[in-house]
Design a binder for this molecule. Structure first.
Ligand code: PAP
Length: 337
């Protein structure tokens, strides 16, 4: 175990210097632009998906420079689909032999600092992995992953979520982030653009479908989880995740309730009440973000309070159209669940 599993490791890999910035700004000028989500910052369309410039710059850098190792494990999500949770679960599983559950770094550090984003942290020249916890994360679409991720044969874990829950979570996140005014930032407009695919890392449906197809084509490399299924049956998901990551729970561990301990440590109830997650901050490319922004409801049912019947039906129709030929669906939890 490295001295601090959540340390950021710096290397002398290529830097994102002023020269890189000029090149990037020139490239931005050639791309389609969309506004509304966080003006005056635009979204830009690149390789069929929409990105904020800070993240896009990181993606382009990663595509040029990121070197994947065969033992990397890359946690992939669209924003608001379950990133904070899957990072915590994978970290808890891989760190369980190095830390007691009562002293796990997740109790004092948000999972975003334990598992770094490729496109965010690569900008800071972070490239070394802890060999015992070789976790990285990204929101990049499957088709935009750096070539070395494909070539290395490393493992990828994706979490998808019901698009209605993703939209509502994203809308709340941006309201809290500064778009405080629901008049200027109405859910109706957010819904319209989300349905058109114009949202951060959207179209959401294409994002999920890319990883879904990859999980069917390369099942030994790509594991696809659904947020709502994880909520319904965390036990089988944690066991499956541990197997996929190459560290299955032993009979002795199961008898000692290690699976349940991982679930409890990473639960919304536990993480959202920790001091670090109530009062701490993380760095992001443009500004520090309060950790509590990543913990709101922790369920996929709240959309009924924000989307009209017609809005929900439109999203469901797109899901059917986009997913039906590939056997993908997100089952919406009922009120009873
Ligand atoms: P990110 O992609 O911006 O990092 P991400 O973690 O995917 O964020 O999104 C936050 C959502 O995950 C929030 O959903 P909500 O707005 O619908 O409530 C948040 O509450 C939820 N979340 C965070 N931690 C957990 C957890 N441990 N278990 C379940 N859901 C969680």
């Amino acid at each position: 175990m490295a001295s601090s599993a959540c340390d950021v490791h710096k290397t002398s890999e290529p830097q994102n210097g002023e020269e890189g910035k000029v090149k990037f700004e020139d490239k931005l000028k050639t791309l389609d632009k969309g506004d509304f989500w966080t003006p005056p910052v635009n979204l830009y369309r690149y390789e069929g998906f929409w990105f904020f410039p800070d993240f896009l710059e990181g993606i382009m850098l990663a595509q040029e420079q990121f070197k994947s190792h065969p033992n990397d494990i890359i946690l992939c999500t669209a924003p608001k689909a379950g990133t904070t949770w899957i990072k915590a679960l994978a970290f808890a599983i891989l760190s369980r032999h190095g830390y007691d559950f009562s002293s796990n770094p997740l109790l004092t550090t948000i999972s975003h600092e334990c598992v770094r984003y490729i496109e965010v942290d690569y900008i800071r020249n972070w490239t070394k992995r802890d060999p015992e916890i070789p976790l990285l994360a990204t929101h990049m679409p499957y088709t935009s992953l750096p070539k070395s991720v494909m070539d290395s044969g490393c493992k990828i874990v994706y979490v998808g979520r019901d698009p209605k829950a993703v939209l509502v979570s994203l809308w709340h996140f941006l309201l809290k982030l500064g778009r405080k005014d629901k008049v200027q930032f109405p859910i109706e407009k957010a819904h319209e653009l989300f349905c058109e695919g114009v949202s951060s890392y959207g179209p959401y449906w294409d994002h999920a479908l890319g990883y879904w197809k990859a999980s069917l084509e390369r099942p030994n490399n790509v594991l696809f989880f659904k947020y709502e299924d994880m909520k319904r049956d965390p036990c089988s998901h944690v066991k499956r995740l541990a197997e996929f990551l190459g560290t299955p729970f032993s009979g002795e561990e199961e008898a000692d309730a290690a699976v349940e301990k991982v679930i409890k440590l990473c639960s919304f109830e536990t993480l959202s009440k920790l001091e670090v997650n109530k009062t701490g901050h993380i760095d992001s490319p443009s500004m520090p973000l309060a950790n509590n922004l990543f913990f709101r409801e922790g369920e996929s049912k709240d959309w009924v309070n924000h989307l009209s019947k017609e809005m929900a039906e439109r999203i469901d129709r797109i899901s059917v159209e986009k997913f039906k030929d590939f056997g993908l669906s997100f089952d919406v939890p009922t009120e009873q669940e």
